[in-house]
Design a protein around this ligand. Structure first.
Ligand SMILES: Cc1ncc(COP(=O)(O)O)c(C=O)c1O
Length: 395
């Protein structure tokens, strides 16, 4: 990217050009895939110097790889951080961050998070001596009450999966910093196109890149972006624990990023159309979507997000059975978990993405038995509306 563009490019330009350069060796416009596990040293002395950190040079792709580094640099640029670190999955990114920042301590987590994150925090991490308190982070009073002397970080998903609840980032960041702890934001739903948590005071922006960053349903991966000090320490943990992203995945994500702004705009336009249609439908009980004025945190969403995004959830009259019938009746939408794909995906959180929660936990955290989640793709809105209208007519 021309250095002048670093001044103040528009958002779309940032996604196309920002943070990655044409290959300096060949001028290749698309980033080369360094599909390599190990790198040759010029001599025994050169190898020893690389290991000792006295000379710069690639050693082995679990430690560093050029394609991976370019992807990490682009994510850091887009989120506005010093650096970023990429992983084989979103869960590997969360695991790395929690182990390294919160070991021997305590985490305050939003009570509505992706089911895999909940399982990690509730079932596994406590076995490593890390305690997690789940609170409703839509009210900062709850967060403040949960903070202890050994709290190391606050973890929030906003908008949250699958209830779309929104946490006030600026207020939460202020609270975190008053207690000298980190605020980590899972920004998967919004992407750095619609929300940049660092601009609101957060310390870390994290993504399941499996979703909008990749955008085509073909790459499982994760990343988090933060200060140089944090990422340098995290790299040490990733080197020794593993879970590193592959070069090919990094390349798929770099390709995905170039069209992210267009895909997110279209996905969002489809979600807006679906949300307004469902809101008026007699067989739908409640629509949860940050773009609706009825959303409990509508104003906070408007303050910190460029737009409400492409995901919505709703309750069908008749509960779980009715929800299953609806999901079985759509024809264009695909019954699948995940989100941020080109295709519209429909799922039932209680029995799928959030099945790691007990029935009591699901009720406590507002994941009702009949809740259906739609992750809008980039098809034509009229076709999606026709699909859902026809499916609802069968109920
Ligand atoms: C909000 C959110 N964060 C993290 C994850 C985990 O990411 P991955 O599936 O890439 O491990 C998911 C997965 O659905 C998610 O929805």
């Amino acid at each position: 990217m021309d250095s002048d563009l670093h001044m103040r490019p528009g958002l779309g330009t940032r996604f196309v050009h920002g943070g990655d350069e044409h290959d300096p060796h060949t001028g290749a416009v698309s980033t080369p895939i360094y599909q390599v596990s190990t790198f040759a040293f010029r001599s025994a002395e050169h190898g020893a110097a690389c290991f000792a950190g006295e000379e710069e040079g690639y050693i082995y792709s679990r430690l560093a790889n050029p394609t991976v580094e370019i992807f990490e640099g682009k994510m850091a640029y887009l989120e506005g951080t010093d650096d970023a670190l990429a992983f084989a999955s979103g869960m590997a990114a969360i695991h790395n961050l929690i182990c390294h920042v919160a070991h021997g301590g305590h985490v305050v987590s939003g009570d509505t998070v992706y089911g895999g994150t909940f399982a990690l925090f509730d079932h596994l991490i406590p076995r490593l001596g890390i305690e997690v308190s789940f609170v409703d982070t839509t009210d900062t009073v709850n967060i403040e009450r949960a903070i202890r002397g050994d709290t190391k970080l606050i973890f929030v998903e906003t908008p949250a999966n699958p209830t779309l609840a929104i946490t006030d980032l600026a207020a939460t960041a202020e609270l975190a910093h008053a207690h000298k702890i980190l605020l980590v934001v899972d920004n998967t739903f919004s992407t750095p196109y619609l929300q940049r948590p660092i601009e609101h005071g957060a310390d870390v922006a994290l993504h399941s890149c499996t979703k909008y960053v990749g955008g085509h349903g073909d790459a499982v991966s994760g990343v988090y972006c933060g200060s140089q000090e944090l990422i340098d320490e995290s790299r040490e943990w990733r080197t020794d624990i593993g879970g590193v992203i592959a070069p090919l995945q990094s390349w798929l994500l770099l390709r995905g990023l170039k069209t992210l702004h267009l895909r997110v705009e279209r996905s969002q336009a489809n979600a807006v159309a679906l949300a307004h249609f469902l809101l008026r439908h007699p067989k739908v009980e409640m629509v949860r979507y940050p773009g609706l004025e009825s959303h409990p945190q509508y104003e906070i969403g408007k303050k910190q997000m460029l737009g409400p995004g492409g995901i919505l959830s709703f309750d069908v009259v008749g509960g779980a059975r009715a929800g299953a019938k609806l999901i079985n009746s759509v024809k264009l939408m695909t019954i699948a978990v995940s989100l941020g794909d080109c295709a519209t995906l429909i799922e039932h959180p209680a029995s799928m993405t959030h099945s790691t929660m007990s029935p009591e936990e699901l009720t406590r955290y507002g994941i009702t038995p009949g809740l259906v989640r739609i992750a809008a793709g980039i098809e034509d809105a009229d076709d999606l509306l026709e699909d859902i209208e026809r499916a609802l007519a069968l109920m």
